[in-house]
Design a protein around this ligand. Structure first.
Ligand SMILES: [Fe+2]
Length: 130
């Protein structure tokens, strides 16, 4: 797949959130280019842990502060991401799947997340936050 490029239309109008979304885009590109590199799984898990910890926290705070009406369903989507990541870690740590399988799975999930969540659910709060 061609490298993903950030587009102006991806912006949710809040610089800190855009920067965090850009880092996810970079991660998808790295997975595509170097998914079979040694140490990639640990790197990806670290990046996604930070993404959940910092980005979801910032986004949820800003939505709450703006009185965004669909905060709860949005938070539920974030929780599903969290649950998905936990299940991927369990699969990997059980030794039943290869590192390459994990990076492929994660890359595909993140591409779906980009389209479905960032360009869908996140765009829905754009007018409330910016
Ligand atoms: Fe979100």
């Amino acid at each position: 797949m061609a490298k993903l490029q950030w587009q102006a239309s991806y912006s949710v109008g809040v610089p800190v959130l855009d920067a965090q979304h850009k880092s996810l885009l970079r991660l998808i590109n790295r997975l595509e280019a170097e998914g079979d590199r040694a140490g990639m799984v640990a790197y990806v898990f670290d990046e996604l842990d930070a993404y959940i910890r910092e980005h979801f926290r910032d986004e949820e705070r800003l939505m709450a502060a703006a009185g965004y009406p669909d905060l709860e369903p949005h938070k539920a989507e974030h929780r599903r991401f969290n649950d998905w990541l936990s299940s991927v870690k369990v699969a990997y740590n059980s030794g039943g799947v290869s590192a390459f399988y994990i990076t492929e799975t994660v890359g595909n999930f993140l591409k779906d997340w980009l389209v479905g969540h960032i360009l869908g659910s996140d765009m829905a709060y754009k007018d409330h936050l910016s």
